[in-house]
Design a protein around this ligand. Structure first.
Ligand code: ADP
Ligand code: ZN
Length: 761
């Protein structure tokens, strides 16, 4: 029985009993696997000094007293009456794997995301740290901070000095052999440095050390422009005031946001504090890493290709305070910095900040929680802020900082739409590239420029659109584009299950040739070959970019100019900085626009703006052409005018009208199983229970569905979902956790809760 349940069901100890009660040392633990909940154990005297919250322990469980590993989350003296508790068998870690503040953060995650505390702990502490990966093995050399700081004052024999300098400049420790070969010396000078205490030795298993030249970054000498300076001053003001505040840095693409973060971090590391910079995984390019490494001496880059041993090693260095800046994807929000000074989330609108497996946390919300707990500023940066953050800035929760112009008076690219309805009428137009776009590509190539073409594939989404007037069939209740189901020729809403027979004639203009979207990158590849023979074009999507490093290679080829046209999915829209790109084309903006998701318009605005931001970054001006059947759509109109604020205002009004986030709270429950009928029946039952629980509580909230999820079948499992929408987050939490606690999990049908879902497929 969990602690909370026990508190509920056991009366307070009888006062007479209390007299015999002794104060005993009690450890409260949670398990990474079921059973979930908190469990109390007595701590035997022998373990009293070694046990601590944040360490793992071994404890007996159940009638058979299976010995299981658990996380100790609390240790304190408690009065234990007559109740007999089992004893902790062993303490597994020498030091706590989490600081108390991080332990509380995981507790908050468990409550907020409705996941077991143990599961949150497992997500926060990387596997490599839990298994202490790489603790036995090769010796790795590095230069201690105190030595690195007075490198120039040392007088040493030439060979030793050379080796020491190289090692100090290396971003990661090296083996003695690596260092000897880089310094072209024998082991002797290295041994001598070690004997003098100028080199420290650590043991780890996997080699990653390499000498990277430190390139002087020209930005460090450049003065900030006045907008940048104002933003920096605002951040420094919060930093020096020593309290928590969230600043939303809304700056157009190429406005110098990153430079602002870097200057703020330069300030705070002088006080011995550390910064965490979170970026989308796809932005962790060598370019980004190099930028931070050229400005800071001790940077840890946490990316998804690290081995367990490498991760463990970074974790230890961060925890010891040896790292100034942690740059990483989503999970770097948990980096164990001892004296955190600031958290930055760059491209804060990016969907990769939400984890799509349990615990389904959003790094932005976790970062905010952590920043509050540690009393430090959180800086969110974007050219297209998420409506979540924008809304909070409007409400006064976040402070808005603006960088309205590109650096060095560079202009934003000229964005135009190409009306595909005209292209399709009369002119027997075939293929993906319209005549105006073809001509523009031709021109750009002849001028020696490079071209990026974006095709937002996700082809299974078969929205129903009239090619003559651009009208899209939508749900009357949800404002979501209906999806065509070929099998029974029906148009279905994947939120509420509303459906109609798919019309043959456009209800708007009576045109008889309604069509379903769908065009893949492969077909585009063929078309490019035919239209532009002899021009090197490179496809970049998740199919062609599977090998590790292939992404970097492709970008390097494009940078070198070997590739003239880069085309692919949204992978190419993000964060790339190529000065020679003079044309960006969006093949079909409608695939994103009429996606069955209430955020479709927001995503389209972001996509067009971000991909447009890839051009005009050098001395040459850039232009952007967006092909669409709906040029009058407000999201596209706003993107053409670079007018985020108007778009955000209009879109927030729609969200309010249909009770969508961020003006309301959404939670999603997904039910999946191998047999369609059983899964659907289970989903119906869940929805009924949710409704009864809601009515019993008198809570005001909409329960929508169940409906087949937009991806109705995934890896042999049928998927249904139901959505909860309302304003009372606590009531929604209570209803979901009460209802799911009563569900009998069968081996077949499983359910998943997603709080604040980002992906509704
Ligand atoms: P963002 O993060 O807003 O896209 P960056 O910080 O990457 O912008 O800056 C865009 C480009 O402008 C980079 O190449 C950067 O080196 C350069 N840059 C940044 N600030 C300045 C400045 N004040 N003066 C000149 N160039 C700058
Ligand atoms: Zn609907």
């Amino acid at each position: 029985m969990s602690k909370r349940q026990r508190d509920l069901f056991q009366p307070d100890p009888d006062p007479w009993d209390m007299d015999d009660a002794e104060q005993r040392l009690i450890a409260t633990v949670v398990f990474p696997e079921p059973p979930h909940g908190q469990f109390d154990y007595q701590v035997p005297a022998a373990l009293a000094t070694s046990i601590a919250a944040g360490k793992r322990v071994r404890v007996p469980l159940g009638r058979g007293n299976r010995r299981l590993i658990a996380w100790c989350v609390d240790v304190r003296y408690k009065s234990v009456a007559t109740r007999q508790l089992k004893e902790v068998s062993a303490v597994l870690d020498d030091r706590p794997l989490l600081a108390p503040s991080m332990l509380r953060l995981t507790e908050w995650m468990a409550g907020y995301y409705l996941c077991p505390w143990g599961a949150a702990l497992e997500a926060v502490v990387p596997a490599g740290v839990r298994t202490a990966a790489g603790t036995r093995a090769t010796a790795y050399l590095s230069v201690p901070t105190r030595v690195a700081a007075r490198l120039t004052q040392l007088s040493l024999p030439e060979k030793q000095m050379h080796a020491l300098r190289l090692l100090a400049a290396a971003p990661e420790p090296l083996t003695a052999r690596q260092l000897a070969s880089a310094a072209r010396c024998t082991q002797a000078p290295i041994k001598q440095l070690q004997a003098k205490g100028l080199i420290q030795v650590e043991m780890r298993r996997v080699a990653t050390g390499q000498i990277v030249e430190t390139i002087e970054d020209p930005d460090s000498q450049r003065p900030l422009n006045s907008d940048q300076q104002q933003a920096l001053d605002a951040i420094l003001h919060v930093l020096n005031a020593g309290h928590q505040e969230t600043l939303l840095l809304y700056g157009v693409t190429g406005s110098g946001k990153t430079e602002v973060y870097i200057r703020a971090i330069e300030e705070l590391i002088q006080f011995g504090r550390q910064a965490i910079v979170l970026v989308p995984e796809i932005s962790l390019t060598p370019q980004t890493r190099q930028r931070f490494r050229s400005r800071f001496e001790r940077v840890a880059v946490l990316h998804s290709h690290l081995s367990d041993a490498e991760r463990h090693w970074h974790w230890q260095r961060i925890a010891r305070g040896e790292i100034q800046v942690v740059v990483g994807a989503r999970s770097a929000v948990f980096a164990p910095t001892p004296q955190l000074g600031m958290i930055v989330l760059d491209e804060e609108h990016d969907t990769s900040f939400k984890q799509d497996q349990a615990p389904r946390y959003h790094a932005r919300d976790v970062a905010l929680q952590r920043a509050r707990a540690e009393g430090v500023p959180l800086v969110l940066g974007s050219a297209t802020p998420s409506l979540e953050s924008w809304y909070r800035a409007q409400q006064g929760d976040f402070r808005l900082l603006r960088l309205p112009a590109r650096v060095l008076d560079r202009s934003l690219p000229d964005v135009t739409t190409i009306d595909l309805r005209l292209e399709y009428q009369g002119r027997h137009h075939r293929g993906a590239i319209s005549r105006p776009l073809h001509q523009a590509v031709d021109l750009a190539l002849r001028d020696g420029g490079q071209v990026i073409l974006l095709l937002n594939r996700r082809g299974f989404s078969t929205s129903i659109q009239c090619p003559s007037c651009g009208h899209v069939i939508r749900c009357r209740d949800c404002d979501i584009a209906l999806t065509h189901h070929r099998a029974d020729n029906r148009a279905v809403c994947h939120y509420c299950d509303y459906s109609i027979a798919t019309p043959d004639v456009c209800p708007e203009c009576r045109f008889t040739g309604i069509r379903f979207a769908g065009l893949g990158t492969q077909r585009l590849e063929q078309e490019l070959k035919q239209r532009f023979p002899g021009v090197t074009a490179l496809r970049m999507d998740s199919d062609t970019m599977q090998r590790p490093g292939s992404h970097e290679q492709a970008l390097a080829a494009f940078r070198a100019g070997d590739v003239r046209i880069l085309f692919g999915t949204q992978m190419i829209a993000k964060g790339l900085d190529f000065p020679n790109v003079t044309l960006v084309g969006v093949i079909n903006a409608d695939t994103a626009l009429h996606f069955p998701d209430f955020r479709a318009a927001e995503r389209t605005f972001q996509l067009v703006t971000q991909v447009a931001g890839r051009t005009g970054r050098g001395d040459r001006e850039g232009r952007v052409m967006v092909q669409t059947f709906s040029p009058e759509h407000p999201a596209l109109q706003a993107a053409v005018r670079h007018d985020y604020e108007t778009f955000a205002g209009q879109e927030l009004a729609i969200r309010q009208q249909f009770q969508y986030p961020p003006t309301a709270v959404m939670m999603r429950i997904i039910i999946r199983g191998p047999v369609e009928a059983d899964t659907e029946a289970f989903a119906d039952d869940v929805a009924d229970r949710l409704e009864s629980a809601r009515d019993a509580m008198g809570a005001e909230l909409r329960i929508i569905g169940p409906a087949p999820a937009p991806i109705a079948k995934l890896q042999t499992k049928y998927r249904f979902h139901a959505l909860l929408q309302g304003h009372d987050r606590d009531a929604m939490h209570a209803i979901l956790s009460n209802v799911t606690a009563e569900l009998k999990s069968s081996a077949d049908v499983q359910w998943i809760i997603d709080v604040d879902p980002v992906n509704l497929l």
